[in-house]
Design a protein around this ligand. Structure first.
Ligand SMILES: [Zn+2]
Length: 95
């Protein structure tokens, strides 16, 4: 009996590299130039300006937010007081 040699697996030929589509150019990485804006320094609440210590008593210079409670002061605008926390606004009558 002649033993048939095991069928050799056809050598796997790597598929040809896909030809680049005609007309397709290598994507040029073009990034729009970003202009860096100078950032304004973040405003911080100046706690020292919210309170006034008079001798042994402490008084608040800003109105407190009725919604948020203590510690939340209303920002003093020209014609209104606004809470930066919840957005509560009261309009002050024109003087
Ligand atoms: Zn509030």
């Amino acid at each position: 009996m002649s033993k048939q040699p095991a069928k050799e697996a056809a050598p796997a030929t790597p598929p040809p590299a896909p030809a680049p589509a005609p007309g397709a150019q290598p994507a040029e990485e073009k990034k729009p130039e970003k202009k860096e804006k100078p950032k304004a320094p973040k405003r911080r609440v100046q706690a020292g300006k919210l309170y006034k210590v008079d001798g042994g008593s402490l008084s608040r210079l800003r109105k407190e937010c009725p919604r948020c409670g203590r510690g939340y002061f209303m920002a003093n605008h020209k014609n209104r007081l606004t809470c930066g926390h919840c957005g509560y606004t009261t309009y002050t009558p024109k003087a």
